[in-house]
Design a protein around this ligand. Structure first.
Ligand code: AMP
Ligand code: GLY
Length: 424
C-alpha cells in the first residue's frame, strides 16, 4: 500500500516514520519532506507542494490514503480537493478548518455551543478595540484572526503593550488580511496542555496527552516559538480532568460542528489552559497535530498507525483502541541560530545517533545533499528519549543531544520541568 504524507516538519517525519512500520506498507511518500525523510529508506520525498499537482500525483501513484500535517494546505482546501477527485484523505475540510484558521470563527462557535473559553470581543476598527482594552484593563490577550504562523498572539501584561498590538495589527496591517480582524480576550492564568483527538465525522479517538514548551529559553523566558520541546503523557491531565475535557470541550465541539452542518474529520487539537482548581478552558483549536507534540506521541504509539488512519477515513474509529508505550517520551527541539525571527540556514549537521529502543531523532528544518545534512529551517531536529520516568526520558534525550552538532544550535536545557516538578 502507498501512503502520502503532506508536509516537511518534525511532525510529518514522525507520522511517516510510524506509518512506515506497518507491514502492509509499500512506500510512504512525503511531500515535500526533509533531510530525515530523505535518509529513511522506507520513505520517499516528493518535491511537490501545489495542491492540484498533489492530486495528480496521488492518482498516478494509486495512493491509498493521504495524511495532512500542517494547517496551511487544510485551510486552502486540500481535503475538499482530494475528496472531489475521489481520493481518500484524513483532515478537515476548508470549512471545518476554520476552527483553526479563524480565531473569530472558533470563539463564536465556542460561545454558541457553551464550550468553556476566555471571554472576548472581535474588532476590525482600531478605535473601538483601544476603547475596549481601556475598559477591560491588563493583562489582556490580542489575537490576529487569521493564520499567522504562531506569531499572531500577543499576551499583553500592560495596557501599552496591548495598545501597541492593536496598532500593529489593525493600523499597520503587519499580518495583512490575517490581522484585519482581531480577537481581544480575557487573560487566563494556569498551566497549558495539548489535548489531541482523531475524529472521523462522528467518532472520537483521543491520543495520549502531551505538553509543549512554547518559549525559546529556559524557565519559559524569551519569545514564543512553535514549540521548543514536548513530552507525553502530561501528568497534569489526570483521568478526571481527561473525562471532563472530553465531556465539556471535545464532544460538544464535534457535535456542535455536526449540528452547524460542518462534520469534523481529522486531528482536533484543543490547546487548554488549566487553572489551579483543575478546570480547563480552551485557548485555541488546531485542526492538525501539534509540532513538536507529535514526535513524543508517535514514539509511544504501539498500534499500527496505518490501520488507525484506515478506520479514520472509513468512519469506524469506534472499533479500535490505541495501545501506548507506558514509558514517558520527551522531545528536545534543536533550533537554528536566529530562530524564531530569522533562522540561519546552511550549517552542516553531524553526530545524529542511530535510532535505538529508547531514542529517536526526528528531522524538521534539514536538507540532504550529496550525503551531507545541513540546516534548512528554524526548528532543525527533535530528539526524543524514552524512559520509565520523565527524568529518565529527559536524561536519555539530552545524552543524544550532546552528540549532535551544528554551528549556532540552540536548545532548552529544561524540557519537562513542569512534569518533573509535579512528580517530586
Ligand atoms: P494560541 O495560538 O491562541 O494558542 O496562543 C498562543 C499562546 O498564547 C498560547 O499557547 C498561550 O501561551 C498564550 N495565550 C493565548 N490565549 C491566552 C489567554 N487567553 N490567556 C493567557 N495566555 C494565552
Ligand atoms: N506545539 C504547538 C502547535 O503545534 O501548535
Amino acid at each position: 500500500m502507498k501512503i502520502l504524507v503532506i508536509g516537511s516538519g518534525g511532525r510529518e517525519h514522525a507520522l511517516a516514520w510510524k506509518i512506515a512500520q506497518s507491514e502492509r506498507i509499500q512506500t510512504v511518500f512525503v511531500a515535500p519532506g526533509n533531510g530525515g525523510t530523505a535518509l529513511d529508506s522506507r520513505l520517499q520525498n516528493v518535491n511537490i507542494t501545489d495542491l492540484h499537482e498533489l492530486v495528480e500525483f496521488a492518482k498516478q501513484e494509486h495512493i491509498a490514503l493521504t495524511v495532512v500535517g500542517p494547517e496551511t494546505p487544510l485551510a486552502a482546501g486540500i481535503v475538499n480537493l482530494f475528496r472531489d477527485n475521489g481520493l481518500k484523505i484524513f483532515g478537515p475540510t476548508r470549512e471545518a478548518a476554520q476552527l483553526e484558521s479563524s480565531k473569530d470563527f472558533a470563539k463564536a462557535f465556542m460561545k454558541r455551543h457553551g464550550i468553556p473559553t476566555a471571554e472576548y470581543q472581535t474588532f476590525s476598527d482600531a478605535q473601538s478595540a483601544h476603547r475596549y482594552i481601556d475598559e477591560r484593563g491588563a493583562p489582556i490577550v490580542i489575537k490576529a484572526d487569521g493564520l499567522a504562523a504562531g506569531k499572531g498572539v500577543v499576551v499583553a501584561m500592560t495596557l501599552s503593550e496591548a495598545h501597541d498590538a492593536i496598532d500593529m495589527m489593525l493600523s499597520d496591517n503587519r499580518f495583512g488580511d490575517a490581522g484585519a480582524r482581531v480577537v481581544v480576550e480575557e487573560f487566563l492564568a494556569g498551566e497549558e496542555a495539548s489535548f489531541i483527538v482523531m475524529v472521523d465525522g462522528k467518532n472520537i479517538l483521543p491520543l495520549a496527552t502531551s505538553q509543549d514548551h512554547k518559549r525559546l529559553l529556559d524557565d519559559d523566558a524569551g519569545p514564543n516559538t512553535g514549540g521548543m520541546g514536548a513530552y507525553s503523557p502530561a501528568p497534569i491531565v489526570t483521568p478526571e480532568l481527561h473525562a471532563r475535557v472530553m465531556r465539556e470541550i471535545v464532544i460538544p465541539t464535534v457535535h456542535g460542528m455536526a449540528k452547524d452542518g460542518c462534520h469534523f474529520t481529522g486531528f482536533l487539537y484543543a490547546g487548554l489552559m488549566i487553572d489551579d482548581k483543575g478546570h480547563a478552558k480552551t485557548l485555541e483549536f488546531n485542526c492538525r497535530m501539534g509540532d513538536p507534540e507529535t514526535q513524543p506521541i508517535m514514539a509511544r504509539l504501539k498500534t499500527d498507525l496505518l490501520s488507525v488512519f484506515e478506520h479514520a477515513v472509513n468512519g469506524t474509529l469506534d472499533s479500535i483502541d490505541l495501545e501506548w508505550d507506558r514509558r514517558t517520551a520527551l522531545g528536545v527541539v534543536m533550533a537554528a541560530t536566529g530562530y524564531p525571527d530569522a533562522p540561519r540556514k546552511g550549517d552542516q549537521i553531524t553526530g545524529i545517533p542511530a535510532e535505538t529502543h529508547d531514542c529517536v531523532t526526528f528531522h524538521a528544518g534539514t536538507t540532504l545533499h550529496d550525503g551531507k545534512l545541513s540546516t534548512a529551517g528554524g526548528r532543525v531536529l527533535c530528539v526524543v528519549g524514552l524512559g520509565d520516568s520523565v527524568k529518565m526520558a529527559q536524561n536519555r534525550a539530552y545524552q543524544a543531544v550532546e552528540q549532535i552538532h551544528f554551528d549556532g544550535m540552540q536548545f532548552r536545557q529544561d524540557i519537562g520541568w513542569r512534569a518533573i516538578k509535579r512528580r517530586t
